[in-house]
Design a binder for this molecule. Structure first.
Ligand SMILES: *[C@@H]1O[C@H](CO)[C@@H](O)[C@H](O)[C@H]1NC(C)=O
Ligand SMILES: *[C@@H]1O[C@H](CO)[C@@H](O)[C@H](O)[C@H]1NC(C)=O
Ligand SMILES: *[C@@H]1O[C@H](CO)[C@@H](O)[C@H](O)[C@H]1NC(C)=O
Length: 238
């Protein structure tokens, strides 16, 4: 019975599988939303499962979403494009997983153009380990899990008043369009020099009782990352 089930299951092709079950088909992404800083590398951690008896023929990642309806409805002839064959990705994409259950990838030097949902897919033959008279090639199945991983890419912008008076206190904010991980440590620069004492988990720079020397061009970044925000001029008047 389990063999029969294993053979039937893949036929329910358009079924979207939301969670991993040890006996079923699926992929599992953690986290499912990634906020990445421009030009950084992201790791998309991924697991996949399939019923025992199936052999993995091909594993790949794609941006092409699962179409509603059956697999026959590919009017546009849109295959699920393998990103490793896409010139925009091939140099930057590294498959860290395996052909058993780990489908983790690394994408480097992310840009805003990479903002997308990404899906892992795998193709199995339909055979189980026992000698069966099933014709394997015709029955190969493509599996995925939906939704995939959403990647958002952010730059950084310094928010600051243009002018403050000597003695005022001022707060500069390093803004990102999505929330970076809690582990992000923000660093600040004045006239391109790092303010070494101003390293903080918070994305704010507080200047108490501003002095003339505090005037300058401020920019911010995140420790361990090359990207630095555009600089913003802060002027101090008396
Ligand atoms: C992989 O699967 C296990 C459970 O089998 C789960 O605990 C773990 O978080 C998963 N890892 C990823 C990257 O999804
Ligand atoms: C998957 O592979 C990556 C890279 O080799 C590794 O860091 C990660 O721990 C693996 N995940 C699991 C759930 O085995
Ligand atoms: C992007 O990162 C690489 C190193 O990973 C660095 O050499 C390059 O200068 C960075 N580019 C920008 C625009 O920050």
């Amino acid at each position: 019975m389990s063999v029969r089930m294993a053979l039937l299951l893949p036929l329910i092709f358009s079924l979207m599988i939301h969670r991993v079950s040890s006996a079923g088909w699926g992929g599992n992404y953690r986290p499912s939303h990634i906020c990445a800083l421009k030009n950084s590398s992201v790791i998309m951690s991924c697991n996949y499962t399939y019923p025992t008896g199936h052999k993995i023929k091909k594993v790949f990642w794609t941006k092409t979403p699962v179409k509603d309806g059956s697999k026959e409805s590919s009017e546009e002839g849109e295959q699920h494009k393998d990103l490793s064959e896409d010139p925009e990705y091939s140099q930057r994409l590294q498959y860290l997983g395996d052909k058993q259950n780990n489908c983790t990838i690394r994408l480097s030097h992310v840009t805003q153009k990479d903002e997308h949902m990404y899906y892992f897919r795998f193709i199995t033959d339909d055979d189980d380990d026992d000698d069966n008279d099933v014709d394997d090639d015709d029955d190969s199945q493509e599996q995925t899990s939906d939704p995939g991983v959403t990647l958002t890419v952010t730059d950084l912008q310094v928010e600051s008043p243009e002018t403050v008076r000597e003695g005022d206190s001022v707060r500069l904010t390093c803004k990102s369009s999505c929330t970076l991980t809690d582990r992000a440590t923000f660093i600040w620069f004045r006239n391109s020099q790092p303010l070494t004492e101003k390293r903080d988990r918070k994305n704010q720079l507080q200047l108490q009782s501003v002095r003339r020397e505090d005037a300058g061009r401020y920019s911010c970044g995140v420790q361990g990352h090359t990207y630095i925000s555009p600089a913003v001029q802060l002027s101090v008047t008396c």
